[in-house]
Design a protein around this ligand. Structure first.
Ligand code: SF4
Length: 82
């Protein structure tokens, strides 16, 4: 981790939880595209954006998830209604 890494790098479950479901792509794919090298990269991460608004990020959200944060909130609420 460097000063230009994502502020969530040490707490993000995608990075720090062994076995985290990263879908079709690997953690090694996401890290250089989003997690390091400045805000122009991690600022585009949907996990970062979601945490900025909600204070946390559900596990189903990946850096390149196409859902808007509002849609993520709706999906999270739907999954919590059981
Ligand atoms: S996945 Fe997103 S929120 Fe997590 S460390 Fe990488 S850039 Fe930050």
């Amino acid at each position: 981790m460097t000063e230009s890494s994502c502020p969530n790098y040490q707490s993000c479950r995608l990075i720090n939880s062994p076995g985290f479901n990263t879908g079709k792509l690997s953690i090694e794919h996401y890290i250089p595209l989003y997690c390091i090298d400045g805000k122009q990269k991690w600022g585009n991460c949907k996990r970062f954006q979601t945490k900025e608004i909600l204070g946390f990020c559900p596990d189903f959200v990946l850096p390149d998830t196409s859902l808007t944060v509002d849609e993520i909130i709706d999906k999270f609420d739907e999954n919590s209604d059981v």
